[in-house]
Design a protein. Structure first.
Length: 107
């Protein structure tokens, strides 16, 4: 099976698991956004907490050239290790939020 198809499924399953979690405070929901045409995937937060509007990315991933690019990762423990545990090859998981001079593949 094509790695892109497998990686697409791993990303969606992982983000859907996170979307089931509930923030410890506030009235905040977690939404997943899947754009399979352009291979863009996000976990978003939206709602209210202590009178303030909360919105934005928690995780943003892109899939290109058979690699997963972690464009933004707002999780405390990071999503890359979980993707690798789910079958993504470490060399196919790129931490795109790091400068190019840093090692961007997980090893």
């Amino acid at each position: 099976m094509d790695p892109t198809t497998i990686y697409r499924d791993v990303i969606k399953q992982t983000l859907l698991r996170y979307a089931q979690l509930r923030p410890s405070h506030g009235d905040i929901r977690l939404d997943v956004v899947f754009d399979e045409i352009h291979d863009r995937y996000a976990l978003m937060q939206v709602g209210w907490d202590r009178g303030r509007r909360i919105s934005g990315d928690i995780v943003y991933l892109t899939l290109q050239d058979r690699k997963i690019y972690v464009e933004y990762d707002g999780l405390e423990h990071g999503i890359a290790d979980e993707l690798i545990e789910q079958g993504v090859l470490p060399e196919d998981c790129i931490l795109a939020f790091l400068p190019e001079s840093a090692s961007t593949a997980i090893s």
